[in-house]
Design a protein around this ligand. Structure first.
Ligand code: 6PG
Length: 477
């Protein structure tokens, strides 16, 4: 029998994806550089469905029905190029290579172009949801040609997570690198969500004076409301966990230096290139990097801070409610920034991405899955040309209702000396967008003063320069 799809690269993500495909009734050819992994997969999970174990690249390609659908699940970067170099010569026009790794969208664009010249489809595909998602239903973000999606889509729709309304969490995001671009922004938003949740935790701990156990209960309660999401749910689990060796809260024995594999950083680097202000996502990346500068932090530990003030039980409870408001409003800001980046990327690269469809496929399976995303989808469905999430009346109203508490939380954080860069950046973003006038006018004046960089006026068309070194009269530039 010929396999309908093949997976090469059988580390945990590849293995689970292959099992998901087999469990859904597809015949799956499997291949790995070292054959032991292939054998282990078939020995352990062979009963779950139809696997075709193959040993060589040639055997693997021969096992696939045409047009061939070949899923690559190797480490992003050079290993992906190596696999492409190995398999592409064995393929025939119309076959497709599906890259399910966390590739940079620029690499995906390059690879797509190269393979297109050989009449092969290269489908850079974002896959979110970790190991569990790969096995039970991930959120899938395929790029590549519409033609390839017509052949591949039905398979992906079977193995993807299903949103609450039963819709599969997959759709054709756009051509070439669009899928990996959207996955990158997903991860940037993931970083921001995690940072904001982290700040909420720290404030509940250091300002409200709550224990991790109590904070876990608070997150559990929040998870029944508008913050209902996977990340809030697992936060409650992590905070409730007790270390088996010391009996201390788990969160107190883990080294507080956050690591990163780079997708959050890419989101910010790309945003800088596109000129999109993703300050909340950037703060999340910077917060991780600051946490990792251990010697710098140790050298700074003696720096003075404010004298903390203990809250009464009643004040603490009121404060906790405020933190929920601050977290929710800040979350709206990071999604606003993330969707802005998607829209800007789509415009820059001519992808024609539908932001509502992106929100829809993030509703289930992925790390940022949340009830909230269905409302983002609804906002874009109502108005596909929505300039910003904050232009949606419902989101704008919710932020307006949250803002007093949000500001109070920032006051408390500042007064008590608890760093909350994500909350602060989000609030500054909100206030900057709202502002009638920004100090950018003064910056323009400074630029014109020292470099004759010129400025525009509010009352007349044209570019102007003031003769700062002379009689300070204005000339048209
Ligand atoms: C997902 C995740 C995943 C990512 C991890 C680790 O959507 O399933 O985003 O792709 O690799 O979250 O990312 P960092 O190591 O950068 O935190």
């Amino acid at each position: 029998t010929q396999a309908q799809i093949g997976v090469t690269g059988l580390a945990v993500m590849g293995r689970n994806l292959a099992r998901n495909l087999a469990r859904n009734g597809f015949t799956v050819a499997v291949h790995n550089r070292t054959a032991a992994r292939t054998d282990a997969l078939v020995a352990e999970f062979g009963e779950e469905g139809d696997f075709v174990a193959t040993r060589t690249a040639k055997e693997f390609v021969a096992a696939l029905e045409r047009p061939r659908r070949l899923v690559v699940m190797v480490k992003a970067g050079e290993p992906t190029d190596a696999v492409i170099d190995e398999f592409a010569p064995l393929l025939e026009p119309g076959d497709m290579i599906i890259d399910g790794g966390n590739a940079h969208f620029a690499d995906t664009r390059r690879r797509e172009r190269l393979l297109r010249e050989r009449d092969l489809h290269f489908v850079g595909t974002g896959i979110s949801g970790g190991e569990e998602g790969a096995l039970h239903g991930p959120s899938i973000m395929p790029g590549g040609s519409a033609e390839s999606y017509a052949v591949l889509g039905p398979i992906l729709e079977r193995i993807a997570a299903k949103a609450e309304d039963g819709t599969p969490c997959v759709s054709h995001v756009g051509p070439d690198g669009a899928g990996h671009f959207v996955k990158m922004v997903h991860n940037g938003i993931e970083y921001a969500d995690m940072q904001l949740i982290g700040e909420a935790y720290q404030l509940l701990r250091d300002v409200a004076g709550y224990t991790p156990g109590r904070i876990s209960d608070i997150f559990r309660t929040w998870n029944t409301g508008r913050l209902d999401s996977y990340l809030i749910e697992i936060t409650a689990e992590v905070l409730a966990h007790v270390d088996e060796y010391t009996g201390k809260p788990f969160v107190d024995v883990v080294a507080d230096a956050a690591e990163q594999k780079g997708t959050g950083r890419w989101t910010v680097q790309t945003a800088l290139d596109l000129g999109v202000p993703v300050s909340g996502i950037a703060e999340a990346v910077f917060a991780r990097s600051l946490s990792g500068h251990v010697p710098l932090r140790e050298a700074s530990r003696s720096l003075e801070g404010p004298t903390p003030r203990a809250l009464s039980e009643e004040e603490a409870a009121a404060f906790a409610d405020r933190v929920e408001q601050a977290l929710y409003a800040s979350k709206i800001m990071s999604y606003t920034q993330g969707f802005h980046e998607i829209t800007a990327g789509a415009e820059e690269y001519g992808w024609g991405i539908d932001p509502g469809a992106v929100a829809a496929l993030w509703r289930g399976g992925c790390i940022i899955r949340a009830a909230f995303l269905d409302r983002i989808r609804a906002a874009y469905d109502t108005r596909p040309d929505l300039p910003s999430l904050l232009s949606d009346a419902t989101f704008a109203r919710e932020v307006a209702d949250a803002q007093d508490d949000w500001r109070e939380v920032m006051v408390a954080a500042t007064r008590q000396g608890v760093p909350a860069p994500g909350f602060a950046a989000a609030l500054a973003y909100y206030d900057a967008l709202r502002a009638e006038r920004l100090p950018a006018a003064l910056v323009q004046g400074q630029r014109d003063f020292f470099g004759a960089h010129t400025y525009r006026r509010t009352d007349r068309e044209g570019s102007f320069h003031t003769l700062w070194g002379g009689d300070r009269s204005e000339v048209e530039a």
